[in-house]
Write a protein that binds this ligand. Structure first.
Ligand code: IMP
Ligand code: MG
Length: 180
């Protein structure tokens, strides 16, 4: 796998320090609120697992799956809820956990949909943000890192379902997805 990585962007140590920081922040902001931490599958599963262990207040977890990308590297613009919550969100404080904010299409749609469901509040926590690629504006409450406009894999992020298990975040060599 490592031969397909052009450059390591974020090391395991940098990621761990940032996740600890966000976990501490959420723990302060949500005292007494028993938030639902919602992982958007599949990309956020690694971040989610580390993040919830950095949260020191009572919370519950849930998972959602939305499809917006096929196997390529750019957004189709189509968003579909493939797997919905298991639990009720009525009156709960939701924290949506995403791997990367790119065009913003997925999250803009999702946040809009979730706002109709009776949650007490909804905030967004994204591990990575690629602001140069934004097409639809999205308000971010907690952010790990800002990354440049290149295709990024590892720490849950995939290219064609691969590289999710890399423990760090790297830029994929363009030759892997057929550019160059
Ligand atoms: P958006 O709707 O364009 O913001 O797409 C967000 C989704 O696209 C993320 O949840 C990722 O699954 C995927 N994505 C966007 N950029 C990358 C990337 O650089 N690497 C891996 N997945 C990405
Ligand atoms: Mg993905």
């Amino acid at each position: 796998m490592t031969q397909d990585i052009q450059k390591v962007l974020l090391s395991e140590e940098e990621i761990a320090a940032k996740v600890a920081e966000i976990g501490a922040q959420i723990s302060r902001d949500y005292v007494g609120k028993n938030p639902v931490i919602v992982s958007i599958l599949k990309g956020s599963f690694v971040f989610m697992a580390d993040l919830v262990r950095a949260i020191t207040i009572p919370c519950t977890i849930d998972f959602m799956s939305v499809s917006s990308y096929g196997s390529g590297t750019s957004s189709s613009g189509e968003v579909k809820i493939v797997k919905d919550f298991d639990g009720s969100v009525d009156g709960r404080h939701l924290i949506i956990v995403e791997d990367i904010l790119d065009s913003g299409r997925t999250l803009s749609y999702l946040m809009k949909t979730l706002k109709t469901r009776g949650a007490a509040s909804i905030s967004l926590c994204t591990f990575l943000d690629k602001p140069e690629r934004r097409v639809v504006p999205v308000k971010v409450d907690y952010k790990g890192f800002t990354v440049p406009d290149s295709f990024i894999v590892g720490y849950g992020l995939d290219y064609d379902q691969r590289y999710r298990n890399l423990p760090y975040v790297g830029v994929l060599k363009p030759s892997v997805y057929g550019e160059e």
